[in-house]
Design a protein around this ligand. Sequence first.
Ligand code: UDX
Length: 451
Amino acid sequence: MEKQRQGKKRHLVVVPAPLQGHLTPMLQLASILHSKGFSITIAHTLFNSPDPSNHPNFQFLPFSDGISHQATDSISSHNIPSLVSTLAANCVSPFRQLLLHFTSENNIACIIYDGFMYFVESVAQQLCLPTLLLRTTSLTNVMAYHYIHRILAQGCLPLQDESVVPELEPLRFKDLPTFNFTNSDVLQNQLNIVQRGIKSSVGVIFNTADCLESQRVDELRQIHQVPIFPIGPFHSMAPDSCSSFLEQDYSCMTWLNEQAPRSVVYVSLGSIVTWEEKELTEMAHGLANSKQRFLWVVRGGRGISVEEWVKSLAEEVREAIEERGCLVRWAPQKEVLAHVAVGGFWSHCGWNSTLESLYEGKPVICQACFGDQRVNSRLVSHVWKVGVEWYCDDVVMDRREVEKAVKTLLADQQMWERAQELKRQLRQAVTQGGSSHEALLHLVDHILSIS
Ligand code: UDX
């Protein structure tokens, strides 16, 4: 059977969204499917385009997006919805041309596209090509979309309060991923798109595993009656896939090698969240006062020069950074999390970071900021119980809180043990006979059967 799966070489066109947290899992999925015998063409925007030299097995086809290249630095949580609609408005025609040309010379089995690139669906329909949807968030997050869609349709607005959403326990109303939509029509429109994408695809792929979200997998299957493929964590099955926009600074690995086991907190808030200078300063004081060791990704941004900012810190904080800290602009995160010296992760709970941390059995300080991050934070802290919850817009960044959270993260033995158990389950999921491994084989058979 495996031989038959490998033997049939078929062509997949893969359309990632041009954001770090989206491009990474899509390229990982493409690598996984390539290892199963599919040939892969990545159809991508010029904006934030992937580097073909990192993926010699794939063919790359750019299409124009009408987005200024300076826009890369200005991506923030506030303008993601408008980026997504701009892509939809600008890309239909170039993508259609590209696909028309490509299909005239190639036999495409299926198009796999990121949910943010929803314009792909209509083009594929015109050309009678089947699509598979990749949702790069947790499945619980998509269930939360479904819930918001339903209550908006009933004329209610999701409230931002502390009470628990009965269908989504332990999520509270304030955890729902309403993103930064201030206008319920825009939100409704986006949610309609999410629902339509699921219904019109021949299946939905999730970077998740049964041991994390099995109940939600069943619920989503029942609601939409489409095949759902939970086959993560992708990064564990595609270890060589590199898609970093920024250069990863490996000097921190040398520093980590000199630290004692479980003595370091790794601090990184992903590729989009940025901090005001005064918040960074509170973080620096808290980390220094905790007397723990720390590896901290400080990207700068918002006009902050990291060097100038460090110079402006109090002397005792600068000394602490020198003695116990290591600052980098961008780290090789997966390797960092796998390092024995790292005892915990202070994270914004982006879904990739969450999976990477869980896979390495590292507990988390959950500092969620926008979109799906609050959902993930709630899962980490209240469902899997491997994290300490902390919301950035609920708390003013305060050095005493930072100190407390960091100390708890590194000292809580029970949380550490639960994280080890989850790590064991996730590793089992991706090995032969495990749930993600089986789901992948089903996906391969499914693609072969529809094409
Ligand atoms: C965005 C959203 O913020 C997130 O909520 C959503 O789930 C995905 O899209 P991002 O902020 O980039 O993602 O976070 P995340 O999903 O965690 O992805 C970041 C990726 O960058 C991870 O794969 C991580 O390994 C990598 N990374 C991060 C590095 O390689 N080096 C770093 O220093 C920091």
